[in-house]
Design a protein around this ligand. Structure first.
Ligand code: NDP
Ligand code: GDR
Length: 329
């Protein structure tokens, strides 16, 4: 039986990856930071199967201890301050977690378990301003937010530890991926949550930012398989993971609202509060390398995924209404 240590296990990707590794017979250790109220929502169904370790990406001592306890064969570093918008009001915290936190995790592995395979959650946000389209593993980075800059640091420090210390350290440059477990502040989930509330009479408008932004949106359940595949290779490397399909925020709105027979134009209100200081207009990935080397492929389409998210949000809002957890406005 292999041991895996996952940071960021309570988040969207961590929860799907933990499920996948448990199915494959791994012993899964999850690093979790202390919170004042429980945040197990994404992992409640597998909570008892996970060995929980308390720690924080900004605290090296806790990470060394986590590695010593879990003795991992594979480490998946998914923890991050991952919301781009928050990275402007909190640039230092974002840098401490999303950039330097990667060095902490690499150091912990180097000191306590140097032969463990290491996965770093790199991001298409590193490409930022379009230099070339579609983006591949060799497209130059031009990050447009403190988050993107931090991820570029995390990416290069991972490459550097691979080259300096001969560690098995791979980075997945993942394009946007969503699911019913996506945080509600991200655009896909913000829209599907609003669709559910509007349909059930709980909300009457949706305030949005840049509707012309274009993204390559995939399904998180598909993308975590690529993370695992990267650590099953004989040599470490970096891989773009994407769908190769481009959609605007406007199209996302249209798919979500029309699924419940509504027109998004009747509800969406532009709000300058959601316009970013510097926008990433377009991200489109070319994952030929992952297809050829890892044999990875996307299974769930954009439309299917958004519909799945709307259905899940309707069920959840109905349940909240039944149990009277939210007041009707
Ligand atoms: P989430 O925001 O859903 O999850 C982030 C996780 O990191 C949570 O478990 C959070 O814990 C944890 N975390 C945050 N800060 C710390 C800290 N200081 N110490 C320990 N844990 C911490 O992100 P996703 O699941 O969507 O993404 C996973 C990773 O992949 C992230 O690194 C993200 O930046 C990256 N990524 C994501 C993409 C996407 O489209 N989803 C695309 C490309 C990259 P808590 O629950 O306590 O907040
Ligand atoms: P992103 O995801 O910044 O690409 O980062 P997000 O869903 O937040 O934004 C996507 C695009 O939608 C536009 N947009 C809005 N976004 C939000 N959140 N709220 C709005 O009201 C809104 N209106 C328009 C944004 O301007 C943007 O262009 C995600 C995160 O998961 C990162 O951690 C990850 O690294 C990248 O994807 C790849």
């Amino acid at each position: 039986m292999k041991n895996a240590l996952i940071t960021g296990i309570t988040g969207q990707d961590g929860s799907y990856l933990a499920e996948l590794l448990l199915q494959k017979g791994y012993k899964v250790y999850g690093l979790r930071r202390r919170t004042s109220t429980p945040n197990y929502e994404n992992v409640e169904h597998i909570r008892k199967e996970i060995e929980w370790i308390s720690g924080d990406l900004t605290d090296l001592a806790s990470l060394i201890q986590a590695v010593q306890i879990s003795m991992p064969d594979e480490v998946y570093n998914l923890a991050a301050q991952s919301f781009v918008e928050t990275s402007w009001p909190q640039p230092l915290l974002t840098g401490q977690i999303t950039a330097l936190g990667v060095t902490n995790m690499l150091e912990a592995v180097r000191m306590a378990r140097p032969y463990a395979k290491f996965y770093q959650a790199s991001s298409s946000e590193m490409f930022g301003k379009v230099v070339e389209t579609p983006q591949t593993e060799v497209t130059p980075f031009y990050p447009r937010s403190p988050y993107g800059v931090s991820k570029a640091y995390g990416h290069w420090i991972t490459v550097n530890y691979r080259e300096s210390f001969d560690m098995f350290a791979s980075s997945g440059i993942l394009f946007n991926h969503e699911s019913p477990r996506r945080g509600v502040e991200f655009v896909s989930r913000k829209v599907t949550d609003a669709v559910a509330r509007i349909k059930l009479g709980m909300q009457n408008e949706l305030r949005m930012g840049n509707l012309d932004a274009k993204r390559d949106w995939g399904y998180a359940g598909d993308f975590v398989k690529a993370m695992w595949l990267m650590l099953q290779q004989d040599t470490p490397d970096d891989f773009v993971i994407s769908t190769g399909e481009l959609h605007t925020v406007r199209e996302l709105l249209d798919v979500a609202f029309s699924y419940v027979d509504l027109n998004y134009m009747d509800y969406v209100v532009m709000d300058p509060k959601f316009i970013r200081p510097a926008e990433v207009d377009l991200l489109l990935g070319d994952c030929t390398k992952a297809k050829l080397t890892l044999g990875w492929k996307q299974e769930v389409s954009f439309t299917k995924m958004i519909q799945m998210m709307v259905e899940a949000d309707i069920k959840r809002v109905e349940w909240e209404l039944r149990t009277k957890l939210i007041p009707v406005i």
